[in-house]
Design a protein around this ligand. Structure first.
Ligand code: ADP
Ligand code: MG
Length: 745
């Protein structure tokens, strides 16, 4: 950066507007193949974009917008960088905060503008170009120390993901501190020492971004990616005081601005559609509120994006918005919306200032830690050799000398110990083996000590080296002469660009003047001339009136569309709310409802309602375990005496009560078998008697009883079975008992 300009920037803390540039990409092959016409015209010199509506009649006036700069389809990445972005990055190097937004419909070149094609130097976007720029600047600097850190995050559906984090599933939270503002908690920051390193950081982040997404195009069009570079610079002023300046550069590739269709979507899908553009619509609302001038409340808190980039819109930051548009006719609606959005953003006023000596500068911590380590190292050196000069210039060489001397001393000690060992081993006079052993172990101890000291020293040196390598200084390897030339070249380039910018501003001013009333005041040579001039003027103003009317109608139409959309969302949300209210009314008791309500609170940080955990009421005293009384119960002499001889616990004097077991009242009876009639039991007995038992049949009728009759029957049967003839003379039927069904016939 040019020293003069740097000085100029430092002083500035005056408000400045957000810079808005428009970039139109070329027609792509498909568009040409389908025969779409180009509806965008750009006047690069005047910074004007003209838009033609193919659906409207030819006579309709074109829509024109004026911006800080416009870049047409022939624009080169480097041209854009040098003219628009370089001054901003230079400011960041001086300690300002800076933000670059890429806004626009998907497929219009946001990612191309921010990242571009990294392997092709001509097609590299702002981010890689800024890497080169920053590290070149450091190389050309003198008497300055830099610390560069990079982070990379993504906001998708209102969730923040650290693209450099180890755990890609983790979601980060936004936090706020009164002194430093809003920040992302636990966001990884990598110290980068070269262009290669910071490029690697970006590659890793991009890979992580793609890993989570099934359809990368869809994902990137619905999420916001923010690459953050923090530049800390320390410089010693004329009075020898160290100053630290910290600049933060946010490079934002926003989600596609196209309208997400909400009609027809319900439930989760609706929530998703609402969330996708929540950050973008919140961004739009913030811009509107800032520009309107009447709003006292700026709705930064409505989305993660606007909270995180609060400073970039109306705060302490220099901001550039690149509005990307497509040239083809079918993009007309989206293009005009983008241009209107960008046109509004032009009016935001920021108040950028240099962030000097902030409390949270890491560079200061690094410098302090380095000083401490060096002191530690030199202290060790001092123990061995007392040499130290007080001159300031010689300090660095002095330290190196010290370090050398230190290692030299350690080596010398090691050598001496080796010699001593040899001497003891070879000493023939030392007859006592034990003594020899003792000497040798002593030497071993000493050797170990020396090795440990060497180790510690090496570690310290390495640590100092790594820390020092992170702090970047310029002018080491480059010849000063070349530096001078490069600086001069940069200055020239910058001057030319400034000139160009001023020219454009003049042209824009001229146009405005033309429209104003100056012309009316001029005198006319004849009446005819006056009529002609005034007719011309009238025509011009009439055209203007027409275009304003047209614009009003267009805006009205757009608002109507928005309203329908919002109404639809509102209807769906109301329905959901009613359903939930219904469930609560009917299924949750009023008591429970009241309890939950009393525990509910709104978490400002996370923007959600939460329920406090249940806490036990302590006012009534917590329930305590019952405790025994402190004193033992009074014990009689007798009990004491018994306790000494009897082990029965009743004499132990504790709270033990020995009681006899109380026999319970009996509620059962012993089992008694069923009472069987004697006849039945006899029959059973007979039936169960083994068959081979001999039976004597008493033929006398008188003595014949029922049981015998059974027996005889059985006997007879058995005989039949064995093939014997049955008794020919069957007794009278009355002599035989009748079967009662217990015995088979
Ligand atoms: P977005 O990020 O807005 O969705 P991209 O950056 O992915 O859009 O661009 C879409 C396509 O258009 C890419 O293939 C890109 O190379 C091409 N493109 C965009 N802008 C330009 C440009 N200015 N010049 C050449 N090609 C471009
Ligand atoms: Mg993209």
């Amino acid at each position: 950066m040019v020293q003069g300009a740097e000085a100029k920037m430092k002083g500035s803390s005056t408000p400045e507007s957000v810079k808005v540039v428009v970039r139109c990409r070329p027609m792509n092959e498909q568009e040409t193949a389908h025969g779409y016409t180009r509806v965008v015209d750009m006047d690069v010199d005047r910074g004007v974009v003209e838009l033609r509506n193919v659906k409207a009649p030819e006579t309709d006036p074109r829509k024109t917008f004026t911006f800080d700069a416009v870049y047409d389809w022939n624009s080169k990445q480097l041209e854009l960088y040098d003219e628009t972005f370089r001054p901003l990055v230079d400011s960041v190097l001086c300690g300002f905060n800076g933000t670059i937004f890429a806004y626009g419909q998907t497929g219009t070149g946001k990612t191309y503008t921010m990242e571009g094609i990294r392997d092709d130097p001509d097609q590299r976007g702002v981010i890689p170009n800024s890497f080169e720029h920053i590290f070149d600047h450091i190389a050309l600097s003198s008497n300055q120390q830099y610390l560069i850190r990079a982070s990379y995050l993504e906001i998708y559906q209102e969730e923040i993901r650290d693209l450099l984090g180890k755990d890609q599933k983790k979601r980060l939270e936004l936090k706020e501190r009164p002194d430093t503002g809003v920040y992302v908690r636990d966001l990884q920051q990598f110290v980068c020492k070269s262009v290669n390193e910071i490029q690697h950081v970006m590659t890793v982040g991009n890979q992580n971004r793609a890993v989570g997404a099934t359809n990368m195009n869809l994902h990137s069009s619905r999420s916001h990616a923010i690459f953050i570079i923090t530049i800390e610079c320390s410089e010693i002023d004329d009075k020898g005081k160290n100053h630290i300046r910290v600049g933060k550069l946010n490079l934002v590739d926003l989600a596609g601005s196209e309208r997400q269709s909400k009609t027809g979507t319900v439930g989760e899908r609706l929530k998703e559609a609402t969330k996708i553009n929540l950050s973008l619509s919140a961004l739009g609302n913030v811009i509107s509120a800032l520009v309107d001038g009447k709003s006292t409340h700026i709705p930064y808190r409505d989305s993660k994006l606007t909270r995180l980039l609060q400073d970039s819109l109306g705060g302490n930051s220099k901001t550039i918005m690149v509005a990307n548009i497509g040239p083809a006719s079918y993009n007309y609606d989206e293009t005009i919306t983008t241009l209107r959005y960008a046109n509004r953003a032009k009016n935001i006023q920021n108040k950028p200032k240099v962030n000097e000596d902030p409390k949270d500068a890491i560079l200061k911590e690094y410098q302090q830690e380095l000083a401490r380590l060096k002191a530690q190292l030199s202290q060790k050196g001092v123990k061995k050799k007392k040499k130290k000069k007080a001159t300031d210039e010689g300090e660095e060489e002095e330290e190196e000398e010290d370090e050398d001397a230190d290692s030299e001393a350690l080596l010398q000690q090691e050598r001496e110990l080796e010699l001593e060992k040899d001497r003891i081993v070879n000493d023939q006079h030392m007859i006592e083996e034990q003594e020899k052993e003792r000497y040798l172990t002593e030497i071993k101890h000493k050797e170990a000590e020396v090795v440990a000291a060497k180790d510690a020293q090496e570690k310290l040196l390495n640590r100092i080296k790594t820390m020092e390598s992170k702090l970047l200084c310029g002018g080491k390897n480059i010849i000063d002469h070349t530096n001078e030339q490069q600086r001069a070249l940069h200055q020239r380039k910058q001057e030319i660009l400034e000139q160009k910018k001023r020219e454009r501003e003049m042209l824009q001013l001229l146009e405005k003047e033309e429209e104003s009333s100056c012309e009316i005041a001029s005198t006319f040579s004849s009446l005819q001339a006056e009529v002609e001039a005034k007719t011309r003027k009238l025509k011009k103003l009439f055209a203007k009136l027409q275009s304003v009317k047209q614009e009003m109608a267009d805006l009205h139409e757009e608002f109507c569309r928005d309203r329908v959309d919002l109404q639809h969302t509102q209807n769906v949300l109301t329905r959901e709310l009613k359903l939930k209210a219904l469930i609560i009314e009917n299924f949750i008791s009023p008591e429970e409802k009241r309890k939950i309500l009393s525990r509910a609170y709104f978490d400002e940080d996370e923007d959600v309602w939460k329920v406090r955990p249940v806490v036990r009421q302590t006012s009534g005293g917590t329930l305590k375990r019952p405790v025994s009384s402190a004193s033992r119960r009074p014990t009689s002499e007798y009990a004491k005496m018994q306790a000494s001889v009897d082990h029965n616990p009743r004499y132990k004097g504790e709270n033990i009560m020995v009681v006899e077991l109380d026999p319970a009242v009996r509620t059962t009876r012993d089992w008694e078998g069923p009472v069987v009639a004697p006849r039945v039991s006899a029959a059973l007995e007979a039936a169960l008697r083994p068959l081979d038992e001999d039976l004597n049949i008493d033929a006398s009728l008188a003595t014949l009883n029922h049981s015998q009759a059974v027996k005889s029957t059985r006997k007879t049967k058995g005989k039949f079975k064995s093939g014997l003839r049955p008794p020919t003379q069957l007794p009278d039927s009355s002599m035989y008992p009748k079967s009662r069904g217990l015995v088979p016939k």
